[in-house]
Design a binder for this molecule. Structure first.
Ligand code: LLP
Length: 379
């Protein structure tokens, strides 16, 4: 369905998902990753809408979770437990128990204290736990500082200088089985040289471990592949070919080693748009404001990261004018874009905020006691 033919009688704001585009994207991810026998886990945090999750699990993807609720949600939506990985710097005891009970594939662990607690809980439950160490590889992803995770000033992962010590200690823990290394350097990365840097660092780490006689069966490179927010029509599907090729070219796997990825944004961002109606046009001294019925509680990214999302008036074909496109929330940061060119806009017009499928619905809140946005699907 074209955005311009969306029904106007549905209560806005809502997220609209183009299912055909999602299916095509999933097909491409599978085609390109299977070439190298890579395993892809969908990062639930990007979008946990059950309709989308069922579709994604149905295509054979694993799931990457960061909370107990995400683990439960992944299992309910059909992701097999043996393809579920669970990361996060601060897993609570209850969350660890839940994941253990469900016998998930692997815990991605970020510190020795966490691994010790997992060992204790596993002992109580009489289980042995598969874990991967999340390594902070100190590789700069050159993305927004809020979503850079792989350098030493971030809270994430075991720092390189600590890795040997952590491994020495954890092999003593009887209920822990170390099966892999995990990395994630950041999100919205469009320059493949960052991933090349990650491969090279992973090779160095593996070489050192091999010298000590340690070869692990799994390597997980996390997610992070970016999308084209500027031109969602011309680039609806990210360059998965170049992405996986980078790892195939620069990472040197050990024999029989399995390689995993955790992709979120690149899979789900472009198929989603936030659809909203214009409540009022307000004339300021120097600018015109288009005041929408969607706010930062529905889509937080522009307010939180000054993120750019393409904005279109999908119900007007009048001459273009410039607007500041804002929401109704009592915060000046409740602004989706300044000086945006739109076809001349009036009350009642429908506005699409594009590329909002990732970190849109999942980051929505009830701030100002507003309702959570609903969702609509193209089929
Ligand atoms: N794996 C781990 C361990 C992660 O922390 C993340 C994202 C992913 C995978 C998936 O990354 P992706 O493929 O989506 O880049 N709310 C921010 C993005 C935060 C990303 C957090 N971690 C935004 O709206 O841009």
């Amino acid at each position: 369905m074209q955005l311009s033919s969306l029904p106007s009688n549905i209560q806005t704001p809502y997220y609209y998902y183009n299912i055909e585009l999602l299916e095509e994207t999933l097909r491409l991810v599978l085609d390109e990753s299977k070439r190298y026998n890579y395993h892809v886990h969908y990062a639930i945090k990007a979008n946990a809408n059950p309709v989308l999750l069922k579709l994604i699990s149905g295509q054979g993807f694993g799931a990457d979770c960061v909370s107990g609720n995400e683990v439960s949600c992944a299992l309910e939506c059909g992701f097999p437990a043996n393809q579920v990985v669970y990361a996060g710097v601060g897993k609570s005891d209850q969350e660890i128990e839940l994941a253990l009970k469900n016998d998930i594939f692997c815990f991605n662990c970020e510190s020795l204290p966490e691994i010790e607690v997992i060992n204790e809980i596993a002992q109580r439950m009489d289980k042995k736990v598969r874990i991967a160490i999340r390594v902070n590889p100190n590789v700069d992803a050159h993305t927004h500082h809020y979503i850079t995770t792989g350098i030493e000033e971030n809270k994430f992962g075991v720092y390189l200088y600590d890795l040997e010590h952590v491994i020495t200690e954890l092999v003593k823990l009887p209920h822990i089985e170390l099966i892999g290394l995990h990395f994630h350097i950041g999100s919205q990365i469009t320059d493949m040289t960052a991933f090349r840097g990650l491969c090279i660092r992973a090779n160095e780490i593996q070489a050192k471990m091999k010298e000590k006689g340690m070869v692990l069966p799994h390597i997980n490179f996390g997610g992070g592949l970016g999308i084209d927010y500027q031109s969602p029509e011309t680039n609806p599907i990210p360059d998965f070919k170049a992405y996986f090729e980078t790892f195939a070219k620069f990472f040197e796997p050990q024999p029989n080693q399995q390689i995993h990825f955790e992709l979120g944004r690149s899979i789900i961002a472009q198929c989603g748009s936030l659809i909203s109606k214009v409540l009022y046009i307000k004339e300021g001294k120097k600018r015109k404001f288009a005041i929408l019925d969607a706010g930062m509680n529905d889509l937080l990214r522009p307010a939180l990261y000054q993120a750019y999302h393409k904005i279109e008036n999908i119900s007007s074909d009048k001459l273009e004018e410039k607007y500041d496109v804002v929401g109704p929330i009592c915060e000046s940061s409740d602004c989706f874009g300044k000086d945006i060119t739109l076809n001349a806009t009036q009350r009642g017009d429908m506005i699409a905020i594009r590329s909002a499928g990732a970190y849109g619905e999942t980051m929505a809140s009830r701030y100002n006691l507003r309702n959570l946005p609903q969702s609509l699907f193209s089929k």
